[in-house]
Design a protein around this ligand. Structure first.
Ligand SMILES: [Zn+2]
Length: 514
């Protein structure tokens, strides 16, 4: 995961007022029932242009909850021209005079429940929509947006979340990626499932999340239409689109699920290392399932992106996308472990607010430590000791608090490495028995939902029967290198031996964090 320029974007945009910071739109809808309130109706009001995220307050929108996106597109790799229609099935969670979507491409028309609606661009990425008829709380909404544009040339602060490549393009980014290919309620609080259908010239491949409900269909003009379907609820940043020249390998996982892996034909000499890593996805997911609980999605896989694509990797739901840099030193199962751990920690249990990013990156990084232990390449304790000794007490590394790193530091290296250290300290505090009960209980309790660091601490305390405030405060929320005592202090006082997995972990985190 990686986010680019999010902080700069947030700083530029207007801060929204009055958004309910902790409201889950779905829960709000459920609480409100289906009809109008019994009391005298108040005048409809505008939906908030954000969901009140503490780091990115105008990401997502208030006043409605999306159930489904039907994204039907046409794409020209030669020109990067993207056009199409997205149909959004949603439900109003308040009486609405207007509402917003997050989107950047040029909009041709918007219809709400069949009626033509007026629309206007506001702020950096807001599309404000006013329907001709009033919208009442609980009402079903069918929002049809027709649009077109060249996503790689649609810039925010000089930046596009869409990566154009020699053979196509990639919509892969965190937290901002949907803006460049479909209109959405772009915050993990509003989960939905989605269908993606893209028409491309014959001979071009299209990858996305989930399963293929049907094989690619021939269309007029020597074109093919590819279809993908996500049947589990997902956050918008977990969706992706990859168009280009790919070799696709399909298989069945030990749990019976479809596996779809794809390898850019541009990888050349990097191809075998990519395959030797990503082809182990089903094995790794199987292993992770024994630690984190049942795999939460309907399909598995991975996409090895092209040499001129992204420089990072992202845990896109059911099918992470990897940049080419991970294969330059040979095969790398650690990044596959990291991105697939995010299927539990990030994709299924998503942050309720971006300040809780430790729930994603700390856990995915600790999964790598557990894999190192499993592979006999260094125990989690050895990795903890070496990490601790690697960063002197006066290193800036210790100035970022993973529990609330700040909007500028969401993907700082400390969120990964100190984040993993924090989990290791929790494990030491509660013991292996409790620790390995806490993890699957957490993924079960918040499956396909959202979570906060405070909720995780409460669960850990409930399972262990211990007050863990000191561990969480020290390792997640206090600047500076925590003091160790006893044998731990002695082990880290002299330079510990470098675990075998260290160099590989270092290299991967250098690409993932920034
Ligand atoms: Zn990650």
């Amino acid at each position: 995961m990686r986010r680019v320029l999010a902080a700069a974007i947030a700083a530029l945009t207007v801060t929204t007022a009055g958004a309910a910071a902790t409201a889950d739109p779905g829960q709000a809808a459920a609480r409100s029932g289906w009809g109008r309130p019994a009391l005298a109706p108040a005048a409809p009001t505008p939906g908030d242009p954000g969901l009140g995220d503490s780091y990115f307050p105008d990401y997502g929108n208030g006043g409605y909850d999306v159930d489904h996106y039907d994204i039907r597109l046409r794409y020209e790799p030669a020109t990067d021209q993207l056009s199409g229609t997205t149909t959004i099935l949603a439900r109003a969670t308040q009486d609405l005079s207007r509402f917003n979507l997050d989107f950047l491409l040029d909009v041709e028309s918007v219809r709400v429940n069949g009626f033509s609606a007026t629309f206007a661009r506001e702020g950096v990425h807001e599309l404000a929509i006013t329907a001709p008829r009033p919208i009442v709380r609980g009402q079903s909404l069918t929002i049809v947006v027709k649009y077109a544009g060249v996503p790689s040339e649609t810039l925010v602060n000089g930046y596009s979340g869409w990566t154009r490549t020699a053979d196509g393009g990639l919509a892969v980014n965190e937290p901002e990626s949907a803006w460049w290919w479909y209109p959405s309620n772009d915050h993990p609080l509003d989960k939905a499932n989605w269908d993606v259908s893209v028409s491309v010239p014959a001979g071009v491949e299209v990858l996305s999340n989930g399963v293929q409900p049907r094989p690619p269909l021939a269309e007029a003009g020597n074109r093919m239409r590819w279809s993908w379907r996500s049947t589990s609820p997902g956050a918008t940043y977990e969706s992706f689109l990859a168009v280009g020249q790919y070799d696709i390998v399909t298989d069945t996982a030990p749990n019976g699920q479809p596996v779809v892996n794809a390898y850019s034909t541009s990888l050349g000499a990097l191809g075998p290392a990519a395959r030797a890593s990503i082809e182990r996805t089903a094995e790794i997911v199987d292993w992770e399932s024994t630690i984190f609980g049942p795999y939460p999605f309907e399909a598995q896989g991975g996409v090895a992106g092209p040499v001129d694509g992204i420089g990072f990797a992202l845990e896109t739901q059911t099918r992470p996308v990897y940049g080419p840099g991970f294969w330059r030193r040979g095969s790398n199962t650690y990044v596959v472990v990291h991105e697939n751990a995010h299927q539990w920690f990030g994709a299924s249990v998503s942050v309720a607010d971006w300040r809780h990013i430790w729930l994603n990156e700390g856990f995915a990084s600790y999964a790598e430590w557990l894999w190192s232990e499993e592979q006999g390449e260094g125990t989690a304790q050895e990795l903890f000791d070496f990490t601790y000794a690697t960063y002197p007490a006066d290193d800036e590394f210790w100035q970022v608090t993973p529990g609330d790193p700040g909007a500028d530091n969401v993907f700082d290296g400390a969120v990964y490495d100190r984040g993993a250290m924090a989990l290791h300290q929790l494990r030491l505090a509660v013991g292996d028995d409790a620790f390995f009960r806490i993890l699957p209980q957490w993924t079960a309790a918040h499956r396909h939902g959202n979570g906060t660091v405070e909720q995780f601490q409460a669960l850990a305390e409930q399972v262990s029967g211990q007050d863990l405030n000191a561990v969480f405060t020290t390792w997640l929320f206090t600047k500076g290198r925590p003091e160790l005592s006893g044998s731990a202090a002695a082990r880290t006082a002299t330079a510990p031996a470098e675990p075998k997995s260290w160099a590989r972990l270092r290299e991967s985190h250098r690409l993932l964090a920034h």
